[in-house]
Each structure stands twice: as structure tokens, then as C-alpha cells.
Write a protein that binds this ligand. Structure first.
Ligand SMILES: NC(=O)c1ccc[n+]([C@@H]2O[C@H](COP(=O)([O-])OP(=O)(O)OC[C@H]3O[C@@H](n4cnc5c(N)ncnc54)[C@H](OP(=O)(O)O)[C@@H]3O)[C@@H](O)[C@H]2O)c1
Length: 326
């Protein structure tokens, strides 16, 4: 098969579409012929040498794909050769073939074509698992999503809006804020020109955020705690602003607030399987009814993965950049 390899840690042009050995499957895995994968911010870090795949995972980048089952392990039930599927991966999605633990396969929601559906696995699983099982977001609560125009942000806005939450976002341009409003954000804050703590308090009669979904880590830690409402929950899923920050425990104590940080990729297979199943049960019906839509910024041929990485590096995307297998 062909896969996108990282020839050495570095800039986007270290990515190379090359012939490599086909993957083999174990008894509880399925082999998927990939239709499309999608770029995640984590792929950029992996390419730069800052985010190694977990032990046992493929060395090729790619945390998700859509495709067709071409081989089924002896212990796998419920999947057959020829089935269309989506997969949440620990790596290896930027390839023509990928081996997937069967619990990380999901059906394709009705009404979504196989190429477009590649925009769903990573963002739907990350958003659902963090907003609901982790943060326990309730209807009527205020959710602040940082980076509302990101792949994650565009999914979080729609899923939280569908759950009856009031959604606030930050983004760095008027165009992205407008797109976030179209997707269901009620409060749109330009982080370049506004202080998001003051802006969100002003927009919510002083209440603040019941839940914050954060991509910035250390750079926003103090202000994320400042913006929380009593009993608020801060969930950190990205470290774009660094990993080491100072936490005011007195402030947390007074608010009865919590801070959680999670990484989907590092979870054990059994937890990923639970998350896939919860996502299919809770998010797929919203996709099938048209309430939640995959947001695709553009489709790039997989051999040009370097160009796709540059799109994310320049912050030029709203939603997902897909990689289609030629
Ligand atoms: N923990 C997990 O399991 C998990 C899973 C998936 C993704 N993630 C994380 O989720 C985040 C989004 O991932 P993605 O793949 O969707 O990436 P993406 O599309 O590349 O989005 C990155 C976003 O960061 C925003 N951003 C940059 N500086 C910002 C600032 N100062 N304040 C607020 N937002 C800022 C950008 O917004 P502007 O363009 O408007 O500046 C952009 O929308 C990443 O941090 C990623 O690592 C975590």
C-alpha cells in the first residue's frame, strides 16, 4: 500500500506519499481500505517530533478515517467485508489500508457520503466524551468553546446547541466568528480584541461559563478559572498555549469548580470503544436528522498532505481538512 510517512521530524514538506508494507490484523481487529482521513492538530505535533504515537500504534499519522472493511479478524463480530465504516484511530489513517480494533469502528450515519463522513470520528468522539460524560453539560447551561472555528469547535457548537446549552465561542477573526454564529453560537468573542472573561460575563448577566472546552492550556488557565460560574467545569483538551500553568486553588474551592484534562488518543482501547458507542448513540441521530453537520473546510488529495498541514498551521480552516485517497 501507500502511506504518508514522516521522513524526519520537521516542517510540512517532510511528509512523503510512499509505498510501504501492508498492515496485518490481529483477531480482534478489522482491516479498512481508507476512502479519506482528516487532519488533526495532533498530526502537526507528531510530524514535528513532539507527539509520538502510543505504544503499538501505527507510526504513520492519521487519527481517523472513513472506508470499507476488507478483512475481519477471527474474534470480531458485527462487521463484514464490504461494510462502509468510520474509524477512530491511534494512528495510521494517512494510508490506503489501516488495521483498526473492532471497538473503534462506527457505522456511517445515514445521509452522509463516505468521503464527508471522514470529518466526523475524532471531533464527534472528542466533543461528546468531554462535554457529556466528563463535563456533564446540561440544557440551559453556558458553554464556552475556545477556537470555535476549529474542527473541534465547529462540532462542539452544534452538539451543545442541540443539547439546549447556550454556546459562547472565541475565535481570532470576524469571518470565523460569523461562521460560528451560523452554526449555533449565541455569543461570539474575538480573542484578539476582547477580554473573553469580561465579554462572557457581560453577555451572561455576570454568570460566566458553566463549562469551558479549552484548547489553549497554560496560556488561558487563570482566565478560564476566572470565567467559571459556581460549580463550573473546565475541560482542557489542547495545549496550544503551553502545558505548565499556575492554578489558584482558592478560586476553585470557592467556586466548587473542577479542572479536567483528557486525551482521546492515549485512552485504552476499551475506553475508546465505549466512547465510540456513546457517540454513535448520541451524536449520530443528530447527524442523521440534519441537526448536526460535518463541517468540511476543503478536501486535499492524500499525497499532498503537506499542503493540508499548512492550512491548519496558517489557521486558514473552518472545520475539517480532509485527505482523500487517490
Ligand atoms: N484531547 C483530545 O482528545 C483532543 C482531540 C482532538 C483535538 N484536540 C485539541 O483540540 C484543539 C482543536 O483541534 P483541531 O484539530 O480542531 O484544530 P484546528 O482546526 O487546527 O484548530 C485550532 C484552533 O485554535 C484556535 N486558536 C489559536 N489561538 C487561539 C487563542 N489564543 N484563543 C482561542 N483559540 C485559538 C484557532 O482559532 P483562530 O483560527 O480563530 O485563531 C483554531 O481554530 C487542538 O488544541 C487539539 O490539540 C484534543
Amino acid at each position: 500500500m501507500h502511506a504518508v510517512t514522516i521522513t524526519e521530524p520537521g516542517a510540512a514538506d517532510v511528509l512523503r506519499w510512499q509505498e510501504v508494507p501492508d498492515p496485518t490484523i490481529s483477531a480482534d481487529e478489522v482491516l479498512v481500505k481508507v476512502t479519506a482521513s482528516a487532519v488533526n492538530r495532533a498530526d502537526l505535533l507528531q510530524r514535528q517530533g513532539f507527539y509520538d504515537p502510543p505504544p503499538g500504534a501505527s507510526q504513520y499519522p492519521g487519527l481517523e478515517c472513513s472506508g470499507t472493511v476488507v478483512e475481519v479478524g477471527d474474534a470480531v463480530t458485527g462487521w463484514s467485508v464490504g461494510d462502509a465504516c468510520l474509524a477512530l484511530l491511534a494512528g495510521g489513517g494517512y494510508a490506503e489500508l489501516v488495521a483498526v480494533p473492532a471497538g473503534q469502528l462506527m457505522p456511517v450515519p445515514d445521509g452522509v457520503d463516505l468521503l464527508t463522513a471522514a470529518a466526523l470520528p475524532e471531533v464527534a468522539c472528542t466533543v461528546w466524551s468531554n462535554l457529556f460524560p466528563t463535563a456533564r453539560l446540561q440544557a440551559g447551561e453556558v458553554l464556552l468553546v475556545h477556537g470555535g472555528g476549529s474542527g473541534i469547535g465547529t462540532m462542539a457548537i452544534q452538539v451543545a446547541d442541540a443539547a439546549g446549552a447556550r454556546v459562547a465561542v472565541t475565535a481570532g477573526s470576524a469571518a470565523k466568528l460569523a461562521r460560528c454564529r451560523e452554526l449555533g453560537a449565541e455569543i461570539a468573542i474575538d480573542y484578539q480584541s476582547q477580554d473573553f472573561v469580561a465579554a462572557l460575563r457581560a453577555a451572561t448577566d455576570g454568570h460566566g461559563a458553566d463549562v469551558v472546552l479549552d484548547n489553549m492550556g497554560a496560556a488561558y488557565l487563570a482566565r478560564n478559572v476566572d470565567v467559571l460560574a459556581p460549580d463550573g467545569r473546565l475541560v482542557v483538551i489542547g495545549l496550544q498555549g503551553g502545558r505548565r500553568g499556575e492554578l489558584d486553588l482558592g478560586e476553585l474551592l470557592a467556586l466548587r469548580a473542577s479542572v479536567t484534562a483528557t486525551s482521546l488518543r492515549q485512552r485504552p482501547v476499551a475506553q475508546k470503544a465505549q466512547i465510540c458507542s456513546g457517540t454513535v448513540g448520541h451524536v449520530w441521530p443528530l447527524v442523521e436528522s440534519g441537526t448536526v453537520r460535518p463541517v468540511v473546510d476543503r478536501v486535499v488529495p492524500m499525497p499532498d498532505a503537506a499542503a493540508a498541514h499548512r492550512v491548519l498551521e496558517q489557521g486558514a480552516n473552518v472545520g475539517k481538512v480532509l485527505l482523500s485517497v487517490p
